[in-house]
Design a protein around this ligand. Structure first.
Ligand code: PEP
Ligand code: MN
Length: 356
C-alpha cells in the first residue's frame, strides 16, 4: 500500500504524513517521482487508518494498486520512473544500464589466468573504442558455484587480483559473483559490481550482505522461481541496502526445461517485458546460461534485445573448447563481436517499436 501525494505537495506535508503513518507502527519508504511523491507502507498496513491519512493536507489518495503487491520496494507502483544503474568506479569508463545505449557484459565463465583475462579485456576494450552505440563491461568468475564438486571452482582471491589488474589496465568496469558473505566486501573494495548467481536468489542473508556494500548488484533470477518470488527477494536487498538508492540490475537466465538433451535451460525471454512492467530496475538477459549451447547464443541474444533488454551478460572465452567451466556455451571473441554488432541493430529497432 502506498499514499500518493499531490503534485507540488510541500516537504512539510510529506513529513506530516510520514509521521502519521509511522504512528500506526509501519515503516515508510519515501519515493520521489518526477511529478509526485509516493509513500510506501512497509509492515502491517491493516493497522493504518487510511481515511485519516487520506484527509491530510497534500495527500492526493491512497494507492490501491499496491494493496496486494508483495514486493512494494521493487514495484513500479512505488517508483514510477525507470532507474538507471551506473557501474564503474574510479579509473574505469563507466557504463549506464537502463539508459539509451545497450550494455554488453562479456567475459569468461571463470577467471583461469591473467593471460586469458588480458586477452578478453584487450579485445573488448578494442571493440569499445570502435563502437559508439553500445557500452562494454567485463565479467569473470573468481569463485564458481559448481554442481559437481570435483571440478574447477575458481582461482578465488587470486582471481580477484587478476580481475583488478585487468580492470585497471583497460579501464573497464568488472563484475564477479560473490558466493559467501565474506566475499562481498572484497568485491566492493576491488571491483565495480557484485553478481548474485541464480542458485543464490533466495539465500537471503547472502543477498542482504551484497546490498549492504552499497555497490551495484547484478541479480540473477533462479531457474525454478516465479517472478513474484524474484521481486520479493529483490526487496530483501533493497531493505538491507540503500532503499530507493539501491543499484540493482535484474537478470533472468533461463528456466528449468525438460529438453535437457538439447538445451541447458529454456530462455525465459518473457521475463524481460514483465519485469520492466512490474519493476523500475533495469533488466538485462544472460543468453549463455539460459540456452547453454554456443551455436544458439547469438540467436537468443538477438531475441532478448528484441524483447526490450537493456543489455546482455554473455560468456566469452579466447578458446572456448579449452575452458575449464561451461565450455559448451562460451563464444569466441570474434563471435562475440558479431553478436554485439547484430544486437545493436536489433536494439535500435526494438527502441523504435517501443517509442511508436
Ligand atoms: C555465471 O554467470 O557464471 C553463473 C554461474 O551464473 P548462474 O548463477 O546464472 O548459473
Ligand atoms: Mn558459466
Amino acid at each position: 500500500m502506498s499514499i500518493i501525494m499531490k503534485p507540488g505537495a510541500s516537504e512539510y506535508q510529506i513529513q506530516q504524513v510520514v509521521k502519521k503513518m509511522k504512528s500506526y507502527g509501519v515503516d515508510v519508504h519515501i519515493s520521489k517521482g518526477k511529478y509526485q511523491t509516493f509513500l510506501g507502507a512497509i509492515g502491517k498496513e491493516s493497522k493504518i487508518d487510511f481515511d485519516t491519512v487520506a484527509a491530510m493536507e497534500g495527500v492526493e489518495r491512497p494507492n490501491p494498486i499496491q494493496m496486494d503487491v508483495k514486493y512494494p520496494l521493487s514495484s513500479r507502483a512505488f517508483n514510477p520512473d525507470d532507474k538507471t544503474v551506473i557501474i564503474g568506479g574510479e579509473g574505469t569508463k563507466k557504463v549506464e544500464i537502463g539508459a539509451e545505449r545497450p550494455v554488453y557484459i562479456a567475459g569468461p565463465c571463470a577467471v583461469e589466468s591473467k593471460y586469458q583475462m588480458r586477452k578478453v579485456a584487450e579485445y573488448i576494450a578494442e571493440i569499445r573504442e570502435k563502437d559508439s552505440y553500445a557500452q562494454y563491461m567485463l565479467r569473470g568468475g573468481a569463485w564458481k558455484p559448481r554442481t559437481n564438486p570435483h571440478t574447477f571452482s575458481g582461482l578465488e582471491e587470486k582471481g580477484i587480483k587478476i580481475l583488478k589488474e585487468v580492470r585497471d589496465e583497460f579501464e573497464i568496469p568488472v563484475v564477479t559473483e560473490g558466493m559467501r558473505e565474506a566475499h562481498m566486501p572484497i568485491i566492493a573494495e576491488h571491483l565495480d559490481a557484485i553478481q548474485i548467481g541464480a542458485r543464490h536468489m533466495q539465500a537471503f542473508e547472502l543477498i542482504k550482505s551484497a546490498g549492504k556494500t552499497g555497490i551495484p548488484i547484478i541479480f540473477k533470477k533462479g531457474t525454478d522461481h516465479e517472478i513474484e518470488e524474484y521481486l520479493q527477494a529483490n526487496d530483501h536487498i533493497i531493505v538491507a541496502g540503500n532503499g530507493k538508492g539501491s543499484n540493482i540490475v535484474l537478470c533472468p537466465r533461463g528456466s528449468y526445461t525438460k529438453d535437457k538433451k538439447y538445451i541447458r535451460n529454456r530462455p525465459d525471454l518473457e521475463a524481460i517485458p514483465v519485469l520492466k512492467n512490474e519493476s523500475y530496475f533495469p533488466v538485462i538477459f544472460d543468453p549463455s546460461h539460459s540456452i547453454g549451447k554456443r551455436e544458439h547464443v547469438g540467436k537468443v541474444s538477438a531475441a532478448a534485445m528484441a524483447m526490450g533488454s537493456y543489455g546482455l551478460l554473455i560468456e566469452v572465452h579466447p578458446n572456448p573448447k579449452k575452458a575449464k567451466t561451461d565450455p559448451q556455451q562460451q563464444v569466441t571473441l570474434q563471435e562475440f563481436s558479431e553478436i554485439a554488432k547484430f544486437c545493436n541493430e536489433v536494439h535500435a529497432l526494438s527502441r523504435k517499436y517501443e517509442n511508436q
